[in-house]
Write a protein that binds this ligand. Structure first.
Ligand code: PRX
Length: 646
C-alpha cells in the first residue's frame, strides 16, 4: 500500500528538488557544539549536531532536564522531567516546578538590558513604526495585570483577546500570564459568530479589544464585532477597549476604556508562581475541517520548546531583529512573535499590515528600514509576491537578512527558489518549518546553525531536537526504511505539545492518539527521502484517491504551479482520473478543470477543501460553517464558474 502514497507526480517534484544547498557558512568547517548549545557540555560524547539530536531523543529526560534548567528561570525547581502516556493522552512536563512565564519573557531581560527593544510595532502606514523596550513592555504588562485583577480576573480564568498585532495585545497576553489567567486570542479578522463561539467555549468573563483596526489602509470596526458577539455570550461581564484610532465608539456600561484605566494602576504587579502544567492559553484551530478545537498549552514546556526552536531553527542571536509577519491570532504569532522571541530576549516585529500595502514591496521595504535579520512568512504570500516580479524586491536593501522561514503549508519549488534566489540573494538559508497548533513549536525544519546540514528546496528536512518522527502505513505498520511515504506520526512526547482540547479530552485522545496507538498522529502525510529527509505531502484528509493512487494535494499543486506560468491565473481546481500506462505505472490526467481567480481560504491561508468538494458534488446547500473564510465571495465564484471539460 505504501508505494501507492507516492503518485507519479511525486517523482516529478523530487526531480525538481535535487539541488541541495549547504545550510550555513558562518561556522566554517570546524566548530564546537558547546559554543553553539551550552547545555551540550553536560552531554558526554556529544560533539556535533547529529550527536546532539541522537542524545535528545535517546536520553530525552537528560536532554530536556538540562535545557529546562539552563534556559528558564524557576521559582521552584521541577522534580520530574516528564510523565507522559500516549494511551491516555497524558502529557506532563517538569512537574513540581513553579515559574512565571512573564518573568521569563520580561523581568529577567529588564535586569540585564532594560533599554533593549522588545517590540517593533510595524503599523499599517510604512515608516510609522513604534519601538517598545523591555522596561516599557514590563510596565505595560504590570499595569494591565493590575487592571485585570481590579476587574475581578483571577488565576485560572480565561480572558479572550480580540486585537490586531500591537504592543497592547502582547502586553495583554503577558498580563494574563503574570496573574495566572489563561488567554484565548481570537484572530481579529474573524466574524462575530466565530468570536462568540470561541468566547462561549472558553467561558470568558473578560474580553480585550480595540475600538478599530487598521489594515491595508482600511479601518475595521472591531469593537462593533465584539458588541455583536457578546450579545450571545452570557459569561462576558466586561469588555476592555483600547484606542487604536482616534475615532470614538459607542461605549456601554460593560465597556472599560483600557488606556485610561490602566494608567491609574501601579507599574509593579507581583507575578504569580504557576505550576509547570497550569494552562497558559487556549487557541482554537482555524477549522478548515470540522468544529474548531480549543487546544490547550501549558506553561513551562511550551515556553521552553518555543524558545529553543526560535534560537536554533532561525539561528537567532542576541541583537538580531526577528520579523515574523504572521498575526498574533495564530500559533505562529504566539510561539515566535511573542513567547519564543521574548523568552530569548529578542527584538520582535509586530506586523499590522498586508504584503501588498501600499505596494508589493512592503515586506522588503520593511526589511530594509527595520534591518530585519530573520524573516518568517507564509508560502501563500511568497507566491503572491513572486507574481509581481523581482523589482519589488530588488528595489530594497536586504543585506541584513540571515535566515528566511516559511510556514503553514507546503512551499512549492518555484516559490522556494524565488524566495532563496531573489529575496535572499542566494545567500540565506530557507527554513521550511513544519508544525501545527497542536505541536506548539516547529518539529521538522532545517537547522541552519548546523554547518554540516544541507537543505533541499521544498523539504522540511530534519526533525528538531527531541522529535522522533515515524511514518506509518494504512495498516498501522511503521515504515522503517527510507524512501517511503506514510502518515506522519511522532513517537515520543516533547515539551511543546498540546495537553488537551479544552473540555474535550476524549476528542483529544481520539483525534491524536487512537488512530495509531503509541503515536501522536499529526493528520499529515510525509515522504522520507533516500537520505532520510522529510517532505510534507499535505493533509491526509486532503489526499485524493484516484484508482488506488493516493495523491497529496501538495504534490498536485506543485506540479500545476510549475507547469502553468500564466500570472493571470491564480488557481486551477482540477478533477482527476487515472489512465493505465503499464500494469505497474499509472499516469494521471485531468478530466475537468475549473479556472477561478481565487480559492476559498481561511484567514490563515488554508484552502477550505471541504467547500470545493461539496461544490464538485453539487452539494452547495451543505457548505457548513463559512465564518472563518477570508473572502466569502470566493465561494460564490467557485459555485458560479462552470467546469471546463478537457
Ligand atoms: O498540514 C500542515 C500545514 O499546516 C497544518 C497546521 O496548521 P495550523 O495548526 O494552523 O498551524 C500552522 C502554523 C504552524 C499542518 O498540519 N503545515 C504547516 N507548516 C507546513 C505545513 N505543511 C507543509 N509544510 C509546512 N512547512
Amino acid at each position: 500500500m505504501c508505494s501507492l502514497w507516492r503518485g507519479s507526480l511525486l517523482t516529478l517534484t523530487s526531480s525538481l528538488n535535487r539541488r541541495v544547498f549547504q545550510c550555513c557558512r558562518q561556522f566554517g568547517r570546524s566548530y564546537n557544539i558547546a559554543s553553539c548549545m551550552p547545555e551540550a557540555v553536560a552531554f558526554q560524547g556529544v560533539s556535533d549536531h547529529s550527536g546532539l539530536y541522537k542524545f535528545s531523543v535517546n536520553e530525552s529526560d537528560r536532554f530536556w532536564g538540562a535545557v529546562a534548567r539552563q534556559r528558564l528561570s524557576w521559582i521552584s525547581p521541577f522534580h520530574t522531567v516528564q510523565n507522559c502516556d500516549f494511551s491516555q493522552g497524558k502529557i506532563k512536563w517538569f512537574e513540581g516546578g513553579k515559574l512565571n512565564v512573564s518573568v521569563n519573557c520580561l523581568d529577567r531581560h529588564v535586569h540585564t538590558c532594560p533599554e533593549r527593544v522588545a517590540l517593533i510595532w510595524e503599523r499599517d502606514e510604512p515608516g510609522t513604526e513604534v519601538k517598545i523596550t523591555y522596561r516599557q513592555l514590563l510596565e505595560l504588562t504590570c499595569r494591565l495585570g493590575n487592571l485585570l485583577k481590579r476587574q475581578g480576573v483571577r488565576r485560572g480564568d480565561c480572558v479572550t483577546i480580540y486585537m490586531p498585532p500591537c504592543p497592547l495585545a502582547v502586553a495583554s497576553m503577558l498580563a494574563c500570564a503574570r496573574i495566572g489567567a489563561a488567554h484565548n486570542v481570537v484572530f481579529a479578522g474573524f466574524s462575530s459568530e466565530a468570536l462568540a463561539d470561541r468566547i462561549r467555549d472558553a467561558q470568558s468573563s473578560t474580553v480585550i479589544t480595540v475600538n478599530q483596526g487598521v489594515r491595508g489602509g482600511k479601518v475595521v470596526d472591531l469593537k462593533r464585532t465584539v458588541d455583536q458577539a457578546v450579545q450571545n455570550c452570557p459569561s462576558v461581564q466586561q469588555v476592555l477597549v483600547a484606542m487604536r484610532t482616534e475615532n470614538t465608539v459607542a461605549m456601554t456600561d460593560r465597556d472599560v476604556p483600557l488606556e485610561e484605566e490602566m494608567m491609574k494602576e501601579d507599574v509593579v504587579c507581583e507575578p504569580v508562581a504557576m505550576d509547570s502544567e497550569d494552562v497558559l492559553f487556549l487557541l482554537y484551530t482555524s477549522g478548515s475541517t470540522g468544529k474548531p478545537k480549543g487546544l490547550v498549552h501549558t506553561q513551562a514546556g511550551y515556553l521552553l520548546y518555543t524558545s529553543l526552536t526560535h534560537r536554533y531553527v532561525f539561528n537567532y542571536h542576541d541583537g538580531d531583529v526577528f520579523g515574523c509577519v504572521a498575526d498574533i491570532g495564530w500559533i505562529t504569532g504566539h510561539s515566535y512573535i511573542v513567547y519564543g522571541a521574548l523568552c530569548n530576549g529578542g527584538t520582535t516585529v509586530l506586523f499590522e499590515s498586508t504584503p501588498v500595502y501600499p505596494n508589493p514591496g512592503r515586506y522588503w521595504e520593511m526589511v530594509e528600514r527595520l534591518e530585519i535579520n530573520q524573516f518568517y512568512g507564509a508560502p501563500t504570500a511568497i507566491r503572491l509576491l513572486l507574481k509581481y516580479g523581482d523589482e519589488w524586491v530588488q528595489n530594497y536593501n536586504r543585506s541584513s537578512l540571515k535566515t528566511l522561514g516559511s510556514v503553514g503549508e507546503p512551499i512549492n519549488t518555484e516559490a522556494w527558489e524565488w524566495y532563496h534566489r531573489v529575496v535572499g540573494d542566494g545567500r540565506c538559508p530557507v527554513v521550511d518549518t513544519w508544525w501545527q497548533t497542536e505541536t506548539g513549536g516547529i518539529c521538522i525544519a532545517p537547522r541552519p546553525a548546523d554547518p554540516e546540514a544541507e537543505i533541499v528546496p521544498g523539504m522540511a528536512m530534519r526533525p528538531f531536537y527531541g522529535i522522533k518522527p515515524a511514518l506509518l502505513d494504512t495498516e498501522g505498520e511503521v515504515l522503517s526504511s527510507n524512501d517511503s511515504t506514510g502518515a506522519l506520526c511522532i513517537s515520543q512526547a516533547w515539551p511543546g505539545m498540546a495537553r488537551t482540547i479544552h473540555n474535550h479530552h476524549q476528542r483529544f485522545t481520539e483525534t491524536y492518539f487512537q488512530p495509531y496507538p503509541g503515536f501522536f498522529f499529526t493528520g499529515d502525510g510525509a515522504h522520507r527521502s533516500k537520505e532520510g529527509y522529510y517532505q510534507i505531502v499535505g493533509r491526509l484528509d486532503d489526499v485524493i484517491n484516484v484508482s488506488g493512487h493516493r495523491l497529496g494535494t501538495a504534490e498536485l499543486e506543485d506540479v500545476v504551479v510549475c507547469t502553468i506560468k500564466s500570472h493571470q491565473i491564480k488557481c486551477i481546481y482540477i478533477a482527476l482520473r487515472t489512465q493505465p500506462k503499464t500494469p505497474n505505472s499509472k499516469q494521471c490526467r485531468c478530466r475537468s478543470t475549473i479556472i477561478i481567480m481565487c480559492l476559498p481560504k481561511t484567514r490563515s491561508g488554508k484552502i477550505m477543501r471541504r467547500v470545493l468538494r461539496k461544490v464538485v458534488e453539487r452539494n452547495t446547500d451543505e457548505l457548513g460553517d463559512l465564518s472563518t473564510l477570508d473572502d466569502p465571495d470566493s465561494v460564490h465564484e467557485v459555485i458560479r464558474v462552470p467546469q471546463l471539460h478537457i
